[in-house]
Design a protein around this ligand. Structure first.
Ligand code: PLP
Length: 403
């Protein structure tokens, strides 16, 4: 640029830097959504893109959606392309190397969908898909086939899905997901929650959302008060790296907890992003300090274009072995592998039980020490008073799921 020349101040150029945006706009969640960063010029305002990132933004644009709020982008390291925030947001050329085994629908959801907007895999719970937009389009998204597309769930489809839940009396737990359900207006969400709450057999409602991580200004008193009308209601969010824990995201999580909403975390193990013992220990401890209970740590799903983000299963098991016993049990996530094809979530991990017979069990503890545990002398009795306390037959407890 020639000396003395200034960048033109045009109303066409959006200002996306936190220090240059009016705080009132910055703290308005709708402003954040309207101003999501989606392309090279947006990111260039905040960081120096690597040539790989620039090329990947251009070449993947027709394949997978890119987008993040200015808030989330403000956490990016401007110099380092290996920044955990950048790697979750900005595409990599590696996404273009599909492998045969990688799937559009890695968890077989579409074959477990009795009506649109319902994924029903387990006997007593189902997933209700109510919105196709997010406040970030994660590079590892396992629903990228539908999220951020052009086919939002229609109103009559959601009506039909709620009617399905009402007709399936075995469903006790409805997991509302998307897309991000907290992108709906309070009025719309309140309506859906109220209709689910009116169904007798629906015992608990859960919301899966990344909003506390990427759009924490969405979480305010009005939202929390509305959600708390529908208790027992649980929120599971998705922090993957300690850098995501900021005063803003902490305030959002604590506000929900203060409204009696238990907040859990479902992290995804991402190679080179959070795949170290130090990183995972720090993340889990930071979560529990703000009263967010680690729930699952997912082995990467076999999603199209994400092979470079998956660790091997053996390193996943080693990493979690570096947590168990070394951090509070309260801060321990369960390592699971969500079965390709739709078999549900399968716990994986180190075998602590070495051998077992009727006299003795041999175990190893978290430090690798061998431990001997004597079995009781008497065999376990039949619990004779179950029928006094529980109605029906044991078979009624696990009526078959769908599909
Ligand atoms: C993960 C998931 C659930 C909930 O599983 P939990 O182990 O109870 O948390 C329910 N339905 C579908 C389709 C899921 O993917």
């Amino acid at each position: 640029m020639a000396a003395g020349k200034r960048l033109p101040i045009s109303s066409q150029v959006r200002t996306l830097r936190r220090d240059q945006v009016d705080p009132e706009a910055w703290n308005d969640w709708r402003w954040q959504l309207r101003n999501m960063l989606t392309q090279e010029a947006d990111f260039e305002q905040l960081i120096s893109l690597s040539s790989g990132e620039t090329e990947a933004l251009a070449r993947t644009s027709k394949l997978f959606r890119t987008g993040a709020t200015p808030y989330y982008a403000s956490l990016m390291n401007s110099e380092r392309a290996d920044c955990p925030i950048r790697r979750q947001t900005i595409p990599s050329l590696a996404e273009m190397n599909f492998r045969e085994e990688e799937l559009r629908d890695p968890l077989g959801e579409d074959s477990h969908s009795p009506v649109p907007s319902i994924f029903h895999k387990y006997p007593d719970r189902c997933l209700l898909y109510i919105v196709d937009r997010c406040a970030i389009y994660c590079r590892h998204c396992n629903r990228r086939r539908i999220v951020g597309g052009d086919t939002p769930p229609k109103k009559d489809e959601i009506d039909e899905a709620i009617a399905y839940i009402a007709s399936e009396t075995r469903i006790r737990d409805v997991l509302i997901s998307g897309g991000d359900p907290l992108l709906l207006s309070n009025r719309r969400l309140d309506d859906i929650l109220g209709r689910l709450r009116a169904i007798d057999h629906v015992e608990i409602i859960r919301i899966g959302t990344r909003v506390p991580v990427v759009l924490p200004m969405r979480i305010d008193e009005e939202l929390c008060t509305m959600l708390a009308k529908h208790h027992p209601l649980f929120v599971n969010t998705h922090f993957n790296h300690p850098v995501e824990i900021t005063p803003d995201s902490r305030r959002a999580c604590e506000m929900m907890v203060n409204h009696g909403i238990p907040v859990g975390n479902q992290a995804v193990l991402l190679r080179g992003i959070n795949s170290s013992v130090r990183c995972l220990r720090t993340l889990m401890r930071a979560l529990i300090r703000m009263r967010v209970r680690p729930y699952y740590l997912f082995q990467g799903d076999t999603v199209l274009g994400t092979d470079h983000l998956r660790t091997s299963v053996d390193s996943a098991i080693d990493l979690v072995d570096g947590l168990r016993g070394w951090i509070s049990g309260m801060a321990m996530p369960q390592l699971v592998l969500d079965a390709p094809g739709g078999g549900g979530k399968i716990p994986i991990g180190r075998q602590y039980l070495q051998s077992m017979d009727e006299n003795e069990v041999v175990l190893r503890n978290y430090r690798g020490l061998e431990i001997h545990y004597p079995q009781p002398v008497e065999k376990d009795p039949h619990v004779s008073y179950d029928e006094v306390y529980f109605a029906g037959t044991p078979e009624d407890d696990d009526r078959e799921g769908c599909g």
